[in-house]
Design a binder for this molecule. Structure first.
Ligand code: SF4
Length: 335
């Protein structure tokens, strides 16, 4: 059963890529909810599957990849059953994505205004060209871009402005969910801070739900309500942001947090996690983190733990917590 505060329910999602070396499972039986109006941070090292997961939520996995199994319930709709035409309508109008490099999403030979008006008129064909243009002008004004820049081409804008144009496309149709995939990585620190402030304001003003995919823990601390940590295609931990930062349970999360530079510590104290993430074509058996884990036990090398609610609202995928009888799986907790 889907409660009203859940906008997107993901269950047992598996995404595979067929490569020459074999089947690469980029997302492996991942389950979690995105709550209405929240900012959910999704963090993990490069190659952990977080961008693939973001694309899968839009059903944008392309060959040689595919969603092999799982359930995607968006606002009560079963997206795995939605015909491609209906899915196309949903993309952009209700779920929107902002990528790291907007130049790959913006058409270089289309003016800013054309991007926005076309988005509006494809989804709302009854809107006149004039009304769509007026809406585009209001939107760029709101996002701090002069409306005089509406007739510019993407290459004439700065990186920060291009990211704002991408947001304007999401806002043009009042998307319920914005998936921001490393959206600030190409921005300098000052523009990044401005962009994050803008996201905060827009979130309040438009009641946006945001899935913030990033490798930058600082951004998550700044913006997110809850944080999900991925490791090697699996969900490692999920909790409220303060809970996760104060009391991380999973040894991988603890390592990630210790590896973040801290102004109160000397550089010498900065932690470097041993080893590197596994090859997802032939990952280690049992817990995928076991070759790097300081707390590894015998069972970890043989059997994978499951994603359990260890404390209210705090889920973890680790044998250190699985023996307890009172543990509740995500499915049980949400039924
Ligand atoms: Fe470490 Fe075992 Fe927990 Fe994996 S399951 S994180 S190896 S203690």
């Amino acid at each position: 059963m889907m409660t009203n505060d859940v906008l997107y329910r993901i269950r047992d999602l598996v995404v595979e890529y067929h490569t020459r070396a074999g089947i690469l499972t980029a997302v492996d039986h991942v389950s979690f909810d995105i709550r209405r109006g929240e900012v959910l941070g999704l963090v993990g090292e490069s190659g952990c599957g977080k961008s693939t997961l973001g694309k899968a939520l839009m059903r944008m996995i392309q060959e040689p990849g595919r969603i092999a199994s799982g359930e995607l319930w968006f606002d009560g709709m079963n997206l795995m059953q939605l015909p491609p035409g209906e899915m196309r309508k949903l993309r952009g109008s209700r779920i929107s994505m902002i990528f790291q490099d907007p130049m790959t999403s913006l058409n270089p030979v289309q003016r800013v205004v054309d991007h926005i008006t076309e988005t509006i008129r494809v989804h709302q064909p009854q809107t006149s060209e004039k009304a769509a243009r007026a809406r585009a002008a209001e939107l760029v004004d709101r996002l701090g871009i002069s409306r005089n820049r509406l007739d510019d081409y993407p290459h004439q804008l700065s990186g920060g402005m291009r990211q704002r144009v991408m947001i304007s496309l999401a806002l043009a149709l009042r998307a319920d969910l914005v998936i921001a995939d490393e959206a600030t990585t190409s921005l300098d620190v000052i523009v990044e801070a401005q962009f994050l402030d803008l996201l905060k304001e827009l979130r309040e003003e438009f009641n946006l739900t945001i899935l913030l995919i990033t490798h930058n823990i600082g951004i998550v601390a700044e913006l997110a309500d809850r944080v999900a940590v991925m490791y090697a295609g699996r969900m490692a931990e999920l909790a409220e942001v303060h809970e996760l930062f104060e009391r991380p349970d999973h040894p991988y999360t603890r390592g990630l947090l210790r590896a973040v530079p801290n102004i109160r510590l000397d550089d010498a104290e900065l932690y470097k996690m041993p080893g590197s993430p596994p090859d997802l074509v032939s990952p280690p058996p049992g817990c995928r983190f076991h070759p790097r884990c300081p707390d590894v036990m015998d069972i970890c090398t043989r059997q994978a733990p499951t994603f359990y609610e260890n404390k209210p609202g705090h889920f973890v995928n680790c044998w250190l917590y699985q023996e307890r009888e009172e543990n509740v799986s995500l499915e049980e907790a949400s039924s």
